[in-house]
Design a protein around this ligand. Sequence first.
Ligand code: URA
Length: 422
Amino acid sequence: MDAIDVIRAKRDGATLTPEQIDWAVDAYTRGVIAEEQMSALAMAILLNGMTRPEVARWTDAMIRSGERMDWSALERPTTDKHSTGGVGDKITLPLAPAVAACGAAVPQLSGRGLGHTGGTLDKLESIPGWRASLSAGEMLDVLRRTGAVVCAAGGGLAPADRKLYALRDVTGTVESIPLIASSIMSKKIAEGTGALVLDVKVGSGAFMKTVENARELAETMVAIGTDNGLRTVALLTAMDRPLGNAVGNAVEVAESVEVLAGGGPADVVELTVTLAREMLAAAGVAGKDPADALKDGSAMDVWRRMISAQGGDPDAPLPAAAETHTVTAPSSGTLSKLDAYGVGAAAWRLGAGRARKEDPVSSGAGVICHAKPGETVTEGQPLLTLHADDASRFARALESLEGAYEIADTAALQPLIIDRIA
Ligand code: URA
C-alpha cells in the first residue's frame, strides 16, 4: 500500500477501505508514513469527512496501536466521564469521589490544558505533593484503596492518537468531528472502563460552537462506544459562560473542595450530580444518590484518600498568586453575558494555561467571577478578580475581557443541560 494513494482517495472524496485505514494508522505509528503525509491525510479527512464505518475502523486501528487496560480484577464495576473541554470545568474533582462513594470505581486517565481550556491534571498538580504519573499497578492499587484514580495516560495507550493529536494541533486539523470522536473514544476504550458518560460542551468556550455540531459529535462517539461494547451516554451542556465562579488551577481545586463539603456554586453541583447519576446508571449501580454523598461527607472522605494515595496533602494550603486586579461593573442591571472564551483566554494570559505543551502553568493564576449571567449587579461592585504572579500580565488579560461581559435589563440563558444522547 502507498500513502499517496490513501491521501488521493480521501482528497477525491472516496470512502477509505478497512485495509487502507488499518495500514495508514499502523504505518504512521511506525514512522513509515511521514508527518507531512499524515498532515495531508488529516486535512483531507477534515475537508471531506468520514462515514460512520470509516470512523469506527479508524478508532479501532488507533486502539490496536497500543495496550488496552483491564480492570476485571476489581470487585466494583468501572465507569468514567469525559468532557470535551471548557472554561472552569473542574467537574471531575468532585465527581470521581462522589461516584466512588456510591459504589462504582472510576479509573480516569486525564489530560493537561492547552490554549484557553484548562486541564484536570494541571488543576490537581496545584495540590502540594500530588503526582499525575502512575504505573498501571499503582492505578489498580489506588482504585482498590479509594475507588477513584485520576492520572496521566502512559505512553503505551493509543500511541497513534498521541502522535496524531500533536500533529493536528500544529496543522489546523483539530476541528474535525471524525478525528475528534476517534481520538477521544480510542483513549477511553483503551482505558478499559465499562461505562462512559460524555460531557459534550457547547458554546464559545468549547470546541463545538453550535448545538448541531455538538450533537453530531456526541452521536458519533456514542455509536463508537456502543459498537465496542462500552455503555455510553452523552450530555450536551452549556459552555457559553464559565462553569462555577473559579477559572484557573488552585482556585478551581478550592471551589471543588467547597462542593465536596456540601456547598459550592449551584451549576457545578447540578452538573456533578447529573453526570454522577448517569455514570452510576450506566454502570448498573443503584441504591445511593451522589447528591447525598456530597452532603454527608462520604465523597469528601474518598477525595482525601484519593489525593493522599497519589502523594498529595489534602490539608496543605493551596498556592495563591501574588497580585490581584479587580474589574467592576460599569452599570447596574442584569449580567446578560459572561463569555466563556473571553474569561478562559484571560485566565490563560494570566498564566493559568500554556501556549505550548512544554510551558509550565501558574498554580495560583486565574479569574474569580463574582456574578453569574442572570444575576443582578450594581454599578461599581466587583465583577471579576484577576489573579497573577506578575502584575504585568493584567493588561493582556484585560484585552481578552473586552466585550466579554454585558449588563442589560434581562438575560436569556441557555439551559445548563441542553440534551441527552444515548
Ligand atoms: N480531545 C482529544 O482527546 N482529542 C481531540 O481530538 C480533541 C479533544
